[in-house]
Design a protein around this ligand. Structure first.
Ligand SMILES: [Zn+2]
Ligand SMILES: [Zn+2]
Length: 214
């Protein structure tokens, strides 16, 4: 097993600095390996990790377990929580790990020499034992890891925008194959749509003026 300090160096290199949440992420990943009885960082994709935030903690988890969004061994459900569930894909066992409720207070006690609260977290999180730092719970998943991973090489095209959709993320509606954007979950407007909206509003105002003039 790679030791904490080596993993923290790797995480910091990726992240340009070391911060308390990366330490939490690395500690969570190491604890997951111990709990599931799998050596981490793994050399294959046996562990699939679902993280509940992006950012610093996620980098720590990724380095410790060797799970990456880009390698499709990590998935983000963005609940804005420093939390992660580690799934042993061979057995289906899953363990969710979060920093314990008292981890913030306790960290300071483990780093009495720290010059600030931030440094207290940075050092304390490295020194605390697992059972004080983390809450570790075996869980059963309500989503299928297989559906999150999907199939290699699968692709279809959206019947409305024509764009390619991979990983079975399409939606079937009334015989049509739709991307999520065309099915209504779009988070952007196209330039001509913005102009069209302005035109609609000014046409309404013109009509209103006409009515008022009459
Ligand atoms: Zn950071
Ligand atoms: Zn579409």
């Amino acid at each position: 097993m790679t030791d904490l300090q080596t993993l923290l160096k790797q995480s910091a290199a990726l992240h340009n600095h070391l911060c308390p949440r990366q330490v939490l992420g690395v500690r969570m990943g190491l604890a997951a390996g111990r709990y599931l009885g799998i050596e981490v960082p793994q050399s294959d994709k046996r562990i699939f990790t679902i993280v509940e935030t992006d950012g610093c903690a996620t980098d720590g988890v990724a380095v410790a377990v060797n799970c990456w969004v880009g390698r499709r061994s990590m998935y983000v459900f963005d609940f804005g929580k420093v939390a992660a569930t580690f799934v042993d894909t061979h057995t289906g066992r899953a363990v969710r790990i979060v920093p314990s409720a008292q981890s913030r207070q306790l960290a300071q006690q483990y780093a009495p020499e720290a010059e600030s609260r931030w440094h207290g977290y940075l050092l304390g999180y490295q020194r605390m034992p697992d059972d004080e730092l983390l809450t570790i719970q075996e869980v059963s998943l309500t989503v299928s890891v297989q559906s999150l991973i999907s199939r290699d090489g699968y692709r279809v095209n959206c019947d409305i925008c024509g764009e390619e959709i991979i990983n079975e993320r399409e939606i079937r509606r009334e015989g049509l194959t739709l991307c999520r954007a065309c099915a209504g979950a779009r988070y952007y407007a196209l330039p001509d749509e913005a102009t069209a909206a302005v035109r609609t509003v000014s046409a309404c105002l013109d009509a209103l003026e006409d009515i008022l003039r009459e």
